[in-house]
Design a protein around this ligand. Structure first.
Ligand SMILES: C[S@@+](CC[C@H](N)C(=O)[O-])C[C@H]1O[C@@H](n2cnc3c(N)ncnc32)[C@H](O)[C@@H]1O
Ligand SMILES: Nc1nc2[nH]cc(C(=O)O)c2c(=O)[nH]1
Ligand code: SF4
Ligand SMILES: [Mg+2]
Length: 242
């Protein structure tokens, strides 16, 4: 039996981002990432600061915990991280959740492929713009989008790029041009990860949202796109587990 490194299981809450924003869901957050984005809002999954909280759980134990805290208040589970795509055997969890009649979403950055991506109901691929400090492996991203397209999974797939500045917007234009057949989301970047007043943060993020909308409105290539804030951050600030 495989065991997976889990840092948090929480919910029900709403999916605060992207293609199924607003969807009532539970979250399973795995530990470990192959990236180290400068502005990662979940750095505790990879920077060692929450190492003591990592639990090695089987798919059955994860389902048990989801049911213990979520009861019968959910029918959708979002797997995020860290990068859950580092876990080759996670198909075991995806299959078990499906057997229970639950829908499954995944958040990943497009640096790794797993065959179980083909089973995901709501697949968000979030390539990282220059402000992250990470380099995009375009061959890998091409191959991920190609495989999903070949298996007719683009209907279940979206691209989501977080934007902090004009250079990031330029990167987003490049991604959208390269994959015009994939639903495309631009997301407001939160650069105030240490702010603990939700009121202050909300005001800042709404300003950023307006800025981002203005920029997208003025772009000639970002047309078939959606622009969103992180709704959970607007509501609950930098709190974990919401
Ligand atoms: C924490 S990541 C985990 C999943 C995966 N590693 C990834 O990056 O897609 C989940 C989502 O949060 C986004 N994100 C991380 N830090 C953020 C920030 N400071 N502001 C806005 N979005 C952020 C990521 O770009 C990603 O789309
Ligand atoms: N409510 C809520 N929505 C989210 N969407 C993506 C999240 C993530 O951290 O991957 C996230 C999260 O942590 N909370
Ligand atoms: S890829 Fe995702 S989890 Fe990893 S460092 Fe970047 S935002 Fe954080
Ligand atoms: Mg988050």
């Amino acid at each position: 039996m495989n065991r997976f490194p889990v840092l948090e299981i929480f919910g029900p809450t709403i999916q605060g981002e992207g293609m199924v924003v607003g969807r009532k869901t539970m979250f399973v957050r795995t530990a470990g990432c192959d990236y180290s984005c400068a502005w990662c809002d979940s750095a505790f999954t990879w920077d060692g600061s929450a190492k003591a909280e990592i639990q090695k759980m089987s798919a059955g134990e994860i389902l048990g915990e989801l049911q213990r805290i979520g009861g019968s208040h959910f029918d959708h589970v979002t797997i995020s991280g860290g990068n859950p795509a580092l876990l080759r055997n996670l198909a075991e969890l995806v299959d078990l959740l499906h057997q229970e009649g639950l829908e499954v979403a995944l958040e990943t950055q497009g640096s790794r492929w797993q065959d179980w991506f083909l089973q995901i109901d709501d697949l968000t691929i979030s390539p990282k713009p220059p402000s992250s400090g990470m380099d995009t492996n375009w061959d890998m991203l091409d191959s991920i989008i190609n495989r999903l397209s070949e298996k007719d999974r683009l209907f279940h797939t979206s691209l989501k790029v977080v934007i902090f500045n004009d250079e990031d917007l330029h990167y987003a234009e490049k991604v959208h041009k390269r994959y015009p057949g994939t639903a495309f989301f631009l997301q407001v970047g939160n650069e105030n990860l240490a702010e603990n007043s939700t009121t202050n943060l909300t005001a800042i993020l709404l300003d950023k949202y307006q800025w981002l909308i203005d920029r997208v409105v003025n772009s000639q290539t970002l047309n078939h796109v959606r622009v969103l804030p992180q709704v959970h951050t607007l509501l609950w600030g930098n709190k974990r587990g919401v």
